[in-house]
Write a protein that binds this ligand. Sequence first.
Ligand SMILES: Cc1cc2nc3c(=O)[nH]c(=O)nc-3n(C[C@H](O)[C@H](O)[C@H](O)COP(=O)(O)OP(=O)(O)OC[C@H]3O[C@@H](n4cnc5c(N)ncnc54)[C@H](O)[C@@H]3O)c2cc1C
Ligand code: FES
Length: 294
Amino acid sequence: MKHPAHRHTIELETATVLSHQACDGEQYIVRLQAPGCAATARAGQFVHLSCDPQLAMRRPLSIMRVDANAGWVELLYKALGQGTRLLAQRRVGDTLSLLGPIGRPFAPDPLRPRALLLGGGVGMPPMIFLAESLRANRDYAPLVLLGSEVPFPFTRQPSRIMVAGIPEGVIGCMPLLEDWGVASRLASGQGYPGCFEGYITDLARSWLETLDEAGRRQVSVYGCGPHAMLEAVSRLAAEYDLPCQISLEEYMACAVGGCAGCVVQVQTTEGPAMKRVCVDGPVFDAYSVFNTGA
Ligand SMILES: Cc1cc2nc3c(=O)[nH]c(=O)nc-3n(C[C@H](O)[C@H](O)[C@H](O)COP(=O)(O)OP(=O)(O)OC[C@H]3O[C@@H](n4cnc5c(N)ncnc54)[C@H](O)[C@@H]3O)c2cc1C
Ligand code: FES
């Protein structure tokens, strides 16, 4: 996989909260006026955000949507600990220090237009950003499968877009993706109506099984979510001999390549190497991260 180099300038700007929506499952969607970041952000990149003036350390959050003309970026986050709980208290008009966009984005392969996007939990935002970018190019036909074990941060609706191989009754989709004409389906182990009962990788397998060999040669896989899910995604991709890019989440301090606080071991052609998730990633070739035997 050829990754675009991380050449963009990382902006440091004072971002104003334009809207802040509380969703089920202690999840929040915040829209920030941050024109410098919005101007160059690409799917897979993230911002390093000061959640509150009293908190010294910033927190990394993926970019879910941008509007370069209007100058905003949108983030979806789950309130887990001190940082994200303080962020949840920020109101419209408040300002936050924002560093971004950071990291290597996804590199879609135009020779493989059937893009299979798999997002789990707070790994959904980069997949939504990627779907929005791919939709702008008519050559791509993305299929987005989202999984969550807490209520989805949007109101599920029945999809009108047919997808081969999807079990009967699995009709729940994300309204925003549906409005864009992007096929999506939802999975959960929590028994939510209209959702696939199980893992998104099982749902993805059902779809892959409907494709012949020529069809599979057009597929590329993109994933973001918990570590175990990414490993399962990588194994699935290996089983079907598909290229696969995944976005990793690691603890971060500086997020600009200076502290080595986020290193992971990956396989390179020269052997194992330590890479910084913040600037060498967060998007990596899945086969360099997981030993799938491929
Ligand atoms: C590149 C990147 C993109 C991310 N994108 C998003 C996003 O779009 N939405 C979102 O909700 N979260 C995202 N995260 C995770 C988010 O940064 C952490 O949840 C956040 O830093 C937690 O801070 P806190 O102070 O609220 O909680 P803390 O008190 O620091 O931690 C609370 C809990 O979260 C876990 N945790 C903290 N940081 C991480 C991490 N980096 N990876 C895995 N587990 C962690 C801890 O184990 C702990 O259980 C991303 C992380 C990275 C590195
Ligand atoms: S967080 Fe400092 S090098 Fe990545």
